[in-house]
Design a protein around this ligand. Sequence first.
Ligand SMILES: Cc1ncc(COP(=O)(O)O)c(C=O)c1O
Length: 398
Amino acid sequence: MSKFDQIKARDKKYFMNTYAPYDVAFERGEGCYLYDTEGNKYLDFLGGIAVNALGYNHPVFVDALTEQAKKVSIISNYFYNENRGLMAEQLVKDTHLSKVFFGNSGAEANECAIKLARKYFKVKGENRFKIVTALKSFHGRTLATVTATGQEKYNKAYAPLPEGIGIYIPYNDEEALKNALEDNEVAAIMLEPIQGESGIIEGTESYIKLADKLTKEKGVLLILDEVQTGAGRTGKFWAFEHYGVTPDIVTCAKGIGGGVPVAACMATENVANAFVPGDHGTTFGSQPLVTGVGYAVCKKIREDGFLDEVAFKGNYLKDGLKKIVDTRILEVRGKGLMVGVEMESPEVAKDIYNRMFKKGFILNVAGGKVLRFVPPLIITTEQIDSMLVALQETFQEM
Ligand SMILES: Cc1ncc(COP(=O)(O)O)c(C=O)c1O
């Protein structure tokens, strides 16, 4: 039995049947490359699903992790820890946001956002509790966030679902947005600036701006879910910066820890003040190890020139993909290093995924038929070129 077969057999026996993984197990990574148990090397355009911002084994990540592990990992939230404030400061730097709560996953960050929005109106004495979200959105797997997720396939098995959350409107539909905000029980509208899991569907500039304007006019909160778009992914530290909007609450996870589980719910001063001690909490969130790493990772991403490079390489990738002319490609879209190529069918997308994998390139299919590219932010133009050559060949072979 090969090492991989042993790993797979044990996994099948003991791990809950919640995923259908590809037949490979990775042992280590270096830069933008992953190595499997059989010694094969892969160039990674998935990055742990937009998580490994600095790639694998990056000195900034490794040093922060090992140094902090030698000091202290967890001390509980009964005490102050320096890293919590340092990381929070990095997250809200140069934005209108002022306070942060740390959780451990994107879902938890969104769960916090929903609770904060409801508490905010409770404190104000207003009966606003409904959370409006978009169709095809993805906000997580906890009961509240899977209900917020505008896709039945994720939540219908878990009914009864929490009340006042699953109110869906079509994404990018300005009329639907206006109508939804006529309901004076609405507390917040929660949107992704770019719908990632549904296949890189960008919010139009006028839609996101309208959401910002109308929520302000109506006294409703705007929550932007930047779990996938945050931490430099789109070429700015936060995707909302592209639109010049000032959401009341912004959530993030994935890239902010560069590979450790850390997530955050950020809010303006006024909204954040609705929480008082005891309102919300978590044992692991904001502890020295993860916030120490997250601080170092975010600081690196904010270094001079880093985000310009992301924007440049994102355009380079998108332009390169657009040069591949094939009738099976319907559209190339995205911002920064969050790019999608919509194929004519799920079968074609899957076929490309499989063929590229065999050639040593890790892609991913999102939203059924969209090839998703969310590589480590440190990917080079040479690495992008090598993937583009392989992709072009793949189309010719098919
Ligand atoms: C936009 C968005 N929100 C929330 C989540 C959930 O994050 P997590 O899987 O860390 O709970 C995801 C995960 O893909 C996401 O893309």
